[in-house]
Design a protein. Structure first.
Ligand SMILES: Cc1cc2nc3c(=O)[nH]c(=O)nc-3n(C[C@H](O)[C@H](O)[C@H](O)COP(=O)(O)O)c2cc1C
Length: 242
């Protein structure tokens, strides 16, 4: 059977498969041209209502990155204490939290994605009331993912830092980076030269996630099955990367 896969599809899926979360970087700088290539690509990201509710703060100064890392580590201690209150089998890191560290400070570049919630006024009124905040978040998530794939296309590694938007970290970053209210810190994309080759990660099979025409209810899962899926399929891979 012939395939409809075009060269563009093959190039795209090559990048989709090659991108992995990198959590250890070689401390090499990222030049201005690369920063430009990343930001130029990112601005074509789809946004709800075409509102483009984003700003990108490019952090390359080693001292700022170090302070950023300290803020991250500090809030991680409390996050890990909270995690210890959960049942051990579903705990994110198993028995004991690993010693908090900020490997991303070695990445040449941190891109802090800032969101402007006032742009909910770009949406139709019902959408604004109904899911305005959600649309802002989805749009910001889109630009984050564009940055990750663009980095992969440039042969660079990248890491999500979603604690960026947590209250404590956001307040400290507002002070460090100077973005005013009502702008919000959404996420940080750390980009640099990978110093690690991640082990294989669990990826669901195509046939597991696809339903033709109607949801196949024979594949509905109970709460207990979902919990077991997390324990069996997701926790081992997290233990490997941490
Ligand atoms: C919304 C979101 C938040 C994430 N937050 C973090 C994070 O804070 N730190 C981190 O190291 N990885 C984070 N990740 C990366 C995921 O852990 C990773 O994508 C997943 O385990 C699959 O591995 P892969 O990226 O190597 O394919 C996040 C991913 C997403 C989509």
């Amino acid at each position: 059977m012939t395939s409809n896969a075009t060269p563009e599809y093959l190039a795209l899926t090559g990048i989709l498969q090659a991108r992995r979360s990198i959590r250890k970087f070689r401390p090499e700088p990222i030049d201005d041209d690369t920063v430009r290539l990343l930001a130029d690509a990112a601005r074509f990201t789809p946004a709800a209502g075409n509102a483009q509710p984003w700003d990108l703060i490019i952090v390359r100064d080693p001292e700022t990155k170090r302070k950023f890392g300290d803020i991250y580590v500090e809030q991680l201690r409390q996050k890990n204490r909270l995690e210890m209150t959960r049942d051990a089998d579903i705990r994110f890191f198993g028995d004991q939290p690993p010693e908090p560290k900020a490997g991303f400070v070695d990445a040449g570049l941190l891109i802090v994605v800032i969101g402007d919630p006032r742009l909910i006024d770009a949406y139709p009124l019902r959408t604004k009331i109904d899911k305005g905040a959600q649309h802002i978040v989805s749009s910001l998530a889109n630009i984050v993912v564009t940055l990750h794939y663009t980095a992969a296309a440039l042969g660079l590694g990248s890491q999500y830092l979603s604690d960026t938007g947590s209250p404590e970290m956001e307040i400290m970053l507002r002070d460090l980076l100077g973005f005013p209210e009502p702008l919000r810190a959404y996420e940080t994309v750390c980009i640099g030269h990978a110093d690690t080759k991640p082990s294989s990660r669990f990826v669901k099979e195509t046939d597991e996630i696809v339903h033709f025409e109607r949801f196949d209810q024979s594949r509905s899962k109970t709460d207990a099955e979902i919990r077991q899926f997390i324990i069996d399929k997701l926790r081992p891979s997290f233990k490997k990367v941490l």
